[in-house]
Design a protein around this ligand. Structure first.
Ligand SMILES: *[C@@H]1O[C@H](CO)[C@@H](O)[C@H](O)[C@H]1NC(C)=O
Ligand SMILES: *[C@@H]1O[C@H](CO)[C@@H](O)[C@H](O)[C@H]1NC(C)=O
Ligand SMILES: *[C@@H]1O[C@H](CO)[C@@H](O)[C@H](O)[C@H]1NC(C)=O
Ligand SMILES: *[C@@H]1O[C@H](CO)[C@@H](O)[C@H](O)[C@H]1NC(C)=O
Length: 438
């Protein structure tokens, strides 16, 4: 399972004061430098991987004239290892999440690793409103406002996948080839939900790092930042302590005359800081993504080593924190800390403001951070202000019925594997017992 080490674009909502400045935080699985990116794209150009477009319905659930609008949904197929319909050889279907097909093809190894052994047909499907799978002709139109974004939700996405998978089966005359759906993070939720809603299409699901119990009605005991804190503390106690003390130090410096200017210089921020929240969010994202991705290439251990080694004669706490920034972002003349939204991030923001409302905040036990618990009322007001419509934080639980997950899965859900790394901050919202019923 280690190869499906993906957590995707994840947003984390920092509540109260912070949410007004950056309501959405994306920890993108973006390669950190251009040569890495090129490398990944090269790796992804598998021979025999073919791209197709499916004429997809805008709205699967009504028969109003507008619902018949269609868009081109992109998917990819690799058939080189498939043993064929006559052997009833399986189909592994990767259900896209909040990123483009190119991104998925460049980082998802699980199908490629396991496809040959299973003699499987590999299918990758792009999620509506991401990459090129845009309704309304363009991202600009599709992402404009709630009237167009309203068709971006999980139920429509699952119905898209059902339509495409049935189409693929027909195209390959693969009536008796079992389909296993696979996804990670939000895509892992989709894989589990797909198995529950379309058991006649998918025989099983692999839901990797899927925080499908991280909703208002299924709140985990500990939150995302509890694990981030734990990972840092267990990696290096002194690193953890330096970070823990740094927030108040930032506040202290900010209160000095020209305090924000001093911080801007100290952290080599490209634009002058308007407040400490901008800086705190920037640092918060570095720590959270280090814990979430904790990859061999950029592990938390190395980040902590940089912070620990950053100690100098003046006992300069913020100098140590800055050493962590330099390690994480590379040695640059200045650090741009306001990120430009991408089409993918705009689409995902809508999802987290409508249906996928993950109540992530800084709880009291998350001791590496200043306490700022999630506030649903503030989240709802912010979303309403932005889109004119409020989120429905209870809908996911009502529609997929996951509250009493063990009972529900035992009664009618089977063949779902939930895989979680315990160092993954999202494991708090995952299903930690393994429920396999083949
Ligand atoms: C960029 O990534 C490549 C491949 O991982 C690595 O060899 C190179 O050292 C990196 N460059 C920088 C400036 O970090
Ligand atoms: C979205 O934009 C369209 C076209 O500009 C407009 O007709 C529609 O009323 C807008 N919807 C909302 C909810 O603002
Ligand atoms: C401060 O606010 C200005 C105006 O909104 C913005 O251009 C600038 O990027 C902000 N500074 C930082 C560090 O984000
Ligand atoms: C960063 O680069 C500057 C200029 O090249 C250099 O003086 C400095 O020592 C470097 N810092 C680190 C931490 O490598």
């Amino acid at each position: 399972m280690s190869s499906i080490f993906l957590f995707m674009l994840i947003s984390s909502t920092i509540s109260i004061a912070r949410s007004e400045v950056t309501p959405l935080r994306i920890f993108a699985k973006i390669p950190r430098n251009a040569s890495e990116e090129r490398q990944q794209v090269d790796d992804s150009t598998d021979s025999d991987l073919k791209i197709f477009y499916y004429d997809q319905n805008l709205d699967h659930f009504t028969f109003t004239p507008k619902s018949y609008m269609t868009f081109q949904q992109r998917y990819a197929i690799q058939s080189k290892h498939w043993a064929g319909a006559n052997d009833n050889a399986p189909i592994l279907a990767y259900l896209g999440e909040e990123s483009s097909l190119e991104t998925d093809l460049s980082v998802i190894g699980f199908l490629r690793d396991n496809g040959p052994r299973l003699k499987a047909l590999l299918v990758y499907i792009e999620h509506r409103y991401y990459g090129t799978s845009m309704p309304f002709g363009s991202g600009k139109e599709a992402l404009k406002n709630a009237s167009t974004l309203g068709y971006l939700n999980s139920a429509q996405a699952l119905a898209d996948y059902a339509a495409i998978l049935l189409h693929v089966k027909e195209k390959y005359s693969a009536d008796h080839s079992p389909i296993i759906v696979i996804g990670g993070s939000y895509g892992g939720m989709l894989a589990a939900w797909f198995r529950l809603k379309y058991p006649h299409i998918a025989l099983g699901a692999l839901a990797s790092s899927a925080p499908l119990l991280y909703f208002q009605d299924t709140l985990p005991i500990h939150g995302y930042y509890y694990i981030v804190t734990k990972v840092f503390k267990e990696t290096s106690e002194s690193c953890y302590n330096t970070i823990r003390k740094s927030w108040e130090e930032i506040d202290r410096v900010a209160f000095k005359p020209n305090g924000l200017l001093i911080l801007t210089k100290k952290f080599r921020i490209c634009n002058t800081l308007n407040n400490t929240i901008e800086l705190k969010n920037f640092l918060d994202t570095i720590y959270a993504s280090a814990a979430q991705y904790n990859s061999n290439q950029y592990p938390v251990a190395s980040l902590c080593e940089a912070i620990n080694n950053g100690v100098n004669s003046e006992n300069d706490l913020l100098g140590q924190i800055f050493a962590g920034v330099v390690y994480d972002r590379g040695n640059r003349s200045c650090y741009p800390i306001s990120v430009q939204p991408t089409e993918d991030s705009i689409a995902w923001k809508w999802q987290t403001c409508s249906e996928i409302v993950l109540p992530i905040g800084h709880d009291e036990q998350d001791t590496m951070f200043q306490t700022e618990p999630f506030r649903m009322d503030i989240k709802i007001d912010g979303c309403k202000l932005q889109y004119g419509v409020p989120p429905r934080p209870h809908w996911v639980t009502a529609y997929y019925g996951i509250q009493d997950v063990k009972l529900i899965l035992r009664r009618f859900g089977s063949n779902i594997i939930f895989s979680n790394g315990l160092l993954d901050p999202y494991s708090v919202g995952g299903e930690l017992f393994l429920f396999i019923n083949f």
